[in-house]
Ligand binder design. Sequence first.
Ligand code: UDX
Length: 439
Amino acid sequence: MRMTVIGTGYLGATHAACMAELGHEVLGVDVDEAKIASLRGGEVPFYEPGLPEVLTRNLEDGRLGFSTDYAEAAGFANVHFLGVGTPQRKGSFAADLTYVFQVITDLVPLLRGDHVIFGKSTVPVGTAVQLQELADFLAGPGTSVEIAWNPEFLREGFAVKDTITPDRIVVGVRGESRAEEIAREIYATAIATDTPFLVTDLATAELVKVSANAFLATKISFINAVSEICESTGADVVALADAIGHDDRIGRKFLGAGLGFGGGCLPKDIRAFMARAGELGADQALTFLREVDSINMRRRERVVQLSKEVSGGSLLGKRVTVLGAAFKPNSDDVRDSPALSVAGSLSLQGADVSVYDPEAMDNARRIFPTLNYAESTVQALADADLVVLATEWKEFRELDPVRVAELVSTPIIIDGRNVLDVRLWKAAGWTIKALGRNL
Ligand code: UDX
């Protein structure tokens, strides 16, 4: 099938390359010329394991192309995916829908014949109906444009796998629709292996995405709230999470207590969800998400407080190594990163902070140019008075405490992600502190 993917950020670039990998003819479209030039040259402008190989293979096989020209997109296919960003609006909790509406405004007048646009961006409930109204208004004579919603659930770091073999496919359609049949053809490979394929109305499909992210955020903040109680009582949150996680109804995933969630999705999505509930006069339904957000933010403060405590009450002039800058491992994304937030706060409290991350250094430097960035883990650790593990990269999880003790000035570490083997670190002479554990 021929299709375009409009917006070639994280979501769009991955979707375009993976649809080509499934055998479709794909044109990726973006207004950002630098991004398109890079993708055309086989370069993924962000770190995502496995994606460069999929991109190059499909460029070479001629199934994948990129363009900045909407007229070319209009002529290329009758099926379009919309994957532009919906960031948090400045000065508000709500989502900024400028880019989504701009695509419809620019693309629809150029379309001829019958087209289906599948929205993939995360949007407030009710957006698809508004986009349909706009598309109906802008469509030329004899042209029909159907808006359907096909939310995307990919995780950074697993984007290729999540796109090619998703857990489920959700397609929101309006009453009389051609979109379902088209979606079944596009996702035939996944459907053939019994991937659940759910057809809903537009509002439900929009809500599925934000509800899924709100649930995940709530699960993380739940364990982090319990973590606070563990800190006040001497209980151990990791043992507790293991124990409750054995219950199938609860499950151990997303009960990783620590510095909490960040990134380009969870924080902004729960805020946009609250903002939308307010607009709908249903704000009470989601006030608990405000608490989810606050619990999450408090964990960052707790690490800074703990750093101060183990440094004798003041961070002034202390050399602190922060291991990690990305919001999670296997990503170079620093948007709302707990690691960078902690590094920034420590620095503002007078610490001499040295940061190292295997992939996120350039992005981190761009948004936080005042921190010191080391060239390697070893360089970052040199003469440290305190080490804070903030992003659980494999490289950090597997550090040898004996070797690291030889590099630092004082062997004190705060495990902000609860991933280190406490016994091993203690045996090597370290003072180890962690969130939700009395060590
Ligand atoms: C998330 C959703 O998982 C995905 O379905 C959606 O499409 C986009 O948003 P992503 O932002 O890539 O994906 O990250 P995810 O793996 O969900 O992790 C989010 C944050 O939660 C990270 O900062 C991570 O460190 C944190 N986290 C995760 C915890 O603090 N504890 C956990 O147990 C799990």
